[in-house]
Design a protein around this ligand. Sequence first.
Ligand SMILES: [Zn+2]
Length: 251
Amino acid sequence: MKTYHTIQELQATGIVTAGVSLRTGGVSHAPYASLNLAEHVGDDANAVAANREILFQQTGLRDLRYCRQVHGKRVIDVDDAAGASLEDPPEADALISERSGVGLGIFTADCIPIFILDIATPAIGIAHAGWRGTFARIAVNTLAQMEVRFGTVPTNCRIHLGPSIQKCCYTVSTELRTQFAERFGSTVHDGTNLSLQVANVNQLIEAGLPSNSISISSLCTACRTDLFYSHRAENGQTGRMLSYIQLSVEN
Ligand SMILES: [Zn+2]
């Protein structure tokens, strides 16, 4: 059973391992069946630990860092903060690093995992962007922190928006749609539905990213509950995927 989906757009560079876990191939029971990687959703902690072991063995990930996600826009430089560990994760919604062999992980079930690879430095970042994080410009904030810490230049970056809920399944209130259109342009919505992907792309282009440096997964988590967890499609009772990126260790 497949346990992860490789982000080819980034892994093709040859300098990173990047992917998102699937919901298949694990040991958790419904409504978390079966490869739930997050402890905070009510699943059995032993099952989550077993699932992480399965994923780590299959992907080769070892030293993976997490944060306690709060739908904000705080970014943690894990090279700097010893606390960005599994045991005591800091509150944040994005992680950055320029060290080889250190994995950065974000949990999602509809929200967008935003992968950032600065090919020149090289350095990496990953951000958790639901509607709140997107509205607060977490993608641009993560890029800005990489610029401060690592000297990252936007034109040297490749960005990927991973599997997440797409416009087809994301009906929102008129108020939210209006707020997004005012901030990110009218292309963010289509009738009653909002595209968080377009809102992120528009803010990244405004920040200097060439549009051809950004790729978007065509997989909608709410359409594909056979592969992914979907908070909305499963009425909030579900597991979480883990999105991860790690700079390869030079041989
Ligand atoms: Zn959909």
